[in-house]
Design a protein around this ligand. Structure first.
Ligand code: 13P
Length: 340
C-alpha cells in the first residue's frame, strides 16, 4: 500500500461518526498516580491487567474507533499469549501509540514548557509501525497565566508539533496533534478562549509551513473553559458556544476530525460538554468527538480496584461511558441516560 493510501485508510477507520478514541497511554508516573487513588501498586503486571481489561471489554468497538497505547503496552502479551495490538485489532479498534517523551521547561520563556522526543523519532515510529501501530499521538502543554503562554512558547511548541506530524505522515502514520491548554489557574473563560485561539493559530501556521497534509491528521484540543480555580463554573452551553466559535476561527475545514481531551473535567461534564458542542455544530466541516483518558477511565478504575473479581463490572463501566460519549457525538445524550 502506498503511504498516501495507508494514511487514507487509517483516517477512514479512525474518524467515524459516533465513535471516539480511548486514551490509555499514561506514562509510568501518571498511571502510578491513577492507581494510587485506588491503592493499587503500579507494577508491570497490574498495568497489563488493567489495560487488558479495558481492551477486552465486550462490544468496545461499537463506540471506540481507536486506542492510544503507551510504549510498554506494545510489547506486552496477555496470559493467553495475545499481544495488546492483536486484541485491539480483533475488537475493530485501530491501535495507536503515544510517541512524545514528556515536557521540560522551555528556556528563556519562563512558565512555558516544551515536549521532548523528536530525536530518533522516525526510527521509533518505524519500529512501532512494524508492530502494528497505525497512528501516533504527541502532546504539547500550555499553561495560562498573566504572561503565559509567551509568543516564544507558542511558536516553539507549534514548530515541534508540526515536525512530529510531518515525520508521522512520511511513514504512513496518522498524527494526532494535541495542543493542550491546561485547566490550572483562576483565569476567565474569555482568557482561555483568547489563548486557545492563539495557540491553534500558531499550530496550523506551523503545520502549513511544514507541509503537513491536514486531511490526514486528527486535532486533539482542549475545550474552552474557565480555569479550575475561577470562582464560578461555566454552563455546558457557554462552553460549547465558545469552543465552537474558537474552532471555526482556527481550524481549517480540511481537518477530518477533532477529538477533545477531557483535561480534568469529570466524566459527566466532559460528556455533557461534548454533547452540547455536537448539538450546536450543525454544519461543522469536521467530526467532533472524544479522545478521553480520565473521563473514560475514572469509573473503570473505581469499579476495578485492582481485583480480578471486579473485571466484569469495570468493563460494564467502560462500555457505558463509551456509549454515552458516542451519544454525545451525535448530540443525543441526556443526563437521564446516566441512570440507565
Ligand atoms: P485526559 O482526557 O485525561 O485529559 O487525557 C487526554 C490525553 O492527552 C491522553 O492521551
Amino acid at each position: 500500500m502506498s503511504i498516501q493510501s495507508e494514511l487514507q485508510s487509517t483516517i477512514a477507520d479512525l474518524v467515524v461518526k459516533g465513535k471516539g478514541i480511548l486514551a490509555a497511554d499514561e506514562s509510568h508516573p501518571t498511571i502510578a498516580k491513577r492507581f494510587k487513588e485506588i491503592n493499587v501498586e503500579s507494577t508491570e503486571q497490574n498495568r497489563l491487567d488493567y489495560r487488558e481489561l479495558m481492551l477486552t471489554t465486550p462490544g468496545l468497538g461499537e463506540f471506540i474507533s481507536g486506542v492510544i497505547l503507551f510504549e510498554e503496552t506494545l510489547g506486552q502479551t496477555t496470559a493467553e499469549g495475545k499481544s495488546m495490538l492483536q486484541i485491539a485489532t480483533e475488537q475493530g479498534v485501530v491501535p495507536g501509540i503515544k510517541v512524545d517523551k514528556g515536557t521540560v521547561p522551555l528556556l528563556n520563556a519562563s512558565g512555558d514548557m516544551i515536549t521532548e522526543g523528536l530525536d530518533g523519532l522516525a526510527d521509533r515510529l518505524a519500529n512501532y509501525k512494524e508492530k502494528g501501530a497505525r497512528f501516533a499521538k504527541w502532546r504539547e502543554v500550555y499553561t495560562i497565566s498573566a504572561h503565559n503562554p509567551t509568543q516564544l512558547g507558542m511558536d516553539t511548541n507549534a514548530e515541534v508539533l508540526a515536525r512530529y506530524a510531518a515525520v508521522c505522515q512520511s511513514l504512513g502514520m496518522v498524527p494526532i496533534v494535541e495542543p493542550e491548554v491546561l485547566l490550572d489557574g483562576d483565569h476567565t473563560i474569555a482568557r482561555c478562549f483568547e489563548v486557545t485561539e492563539a495557540v491553534q493559530h500558531t499550530v496550523f501556521h506551523a503545520l502549513h509551513k511544514h507541509r503537513v497534509q491536514l486531511e490526514y491528521m486528527v486535532l486533539k484540543p482542549s475545550m474552552v473553559v474557565p480555569g479550575k480555580d475561577f470562582p464560578s463554573a461555566a454552563g455546558a452551553e457557554e462552553i460549547a458556544e465558545k469552543t465552537l466559535t474558537q474552532l471555526y476561527r482556527s481550524v481549517p475545514g480540511a481537518v477530518p476530525g477533532i477529538n477533545f481531551l477531557s483535561g480534568g473535567q469529570t466524566p459527566e461534564e466532559a460528556t455533557q460538554n461534548l454533547n452540547f458542542i455536537n448539538a450546536m455544530a450543525d454544519n461543522a466541516p469536521w467530526l467532533l468527538s472524544f479522545s478521553f483518558a480520565r473521563a473514560l477511565q475514572e469509573p473503570v478504575l473505581q469499579a476495578w480496584q485492582g481485583r480480578p473479581e471486579n473485571i466484569a463490572v469495570a468493563q460494564k463501566a467502560l462500555y457505558k461511558r463509551a456509549k454515552l460519549n458516542s451519544a454525545a457525538c451525535l448530540g443525543s445524550y441526556t443526563v437521564e441516560m446516566e441512570k440507565e
